[in-house]
Design a binder for this molecule. Structure first.
Ligand code: 5GP
Ligand code: ZN
Length: 143
């Protein structure tokens, strides 16, 4: 069988504490648990990362995340909520099966993301944007 830990969780081959399930998505408690109420929202069908998601999976993850986030807010009344999602090792991904984190947040909870802003000039932003827009236009569905 699969050696992917989240595939094994989806299949019920290893235990998890589940909070949400639909056709495409499983929501379960993160075993590492940064703050009470920390939930992982994972696709059921294996996809390594964001790039590999099929659009119905992406839509289902977004819908489930909103529902679960509201339930977390009601259950734990956190001061804030972080949505964290890593693709690739340099981005911090450790389980290579698509998932996002819903992390309830509190002042001084110690969770940190260093964000080294560069503030490039507008021309640079225009140049970067053009590179992305070109690919988006090439990828636009026909018809
Ligand atoms: P990543 O860094 O890939 O975004 O996060 C992977 C997360 O999966 C970590 O926060 C880790 O605590 C969680 N995790 C890893 N193995 C298991 C497991 O077997 N069960 C559960 N519930 N969470 C896991
Ligand atoms: Zn998997």
């Amino acid at each position: 069988m699969s050696d992917c830990v989240f595939c094994r969780i989806v299949a019920g081959q290893i235990p998890s504490t589940r909070v949400y399930e639909d056709e495409e998505v499983l929501g379960f408690m993160d075993i590492g648990h940064v703050n009470p109420g920390h939930v992982l929202v994972a696709v059921k069908k294996h996809a390594e990362n964001l790039y590999a998601l099929e659009e119905p999976q992406a839509a289902a993850v977004a819908r489930a995340s909103v529902r679960i986030a509201r339930a977390i807010r009601e259950a734990f009344s956190p001061a804030g909520l972080s949505v964290y999602q890593a693709n690739g090792k340099p981005a911090g991904q450790t389980v290579f099966h698509y998932h996002l984190h819903l992390v309830p947040r509190h002042e001084g909870d110690g969770m940190q993301l260093t964000w080294p802003v560069k503030n490039p000039p507008r021309e640079k932003l225009e140049e970067y944007a053009a590179r992305i827009v070109e690919r988006l236009q090439a990828a636009r569905p026909q018809g």
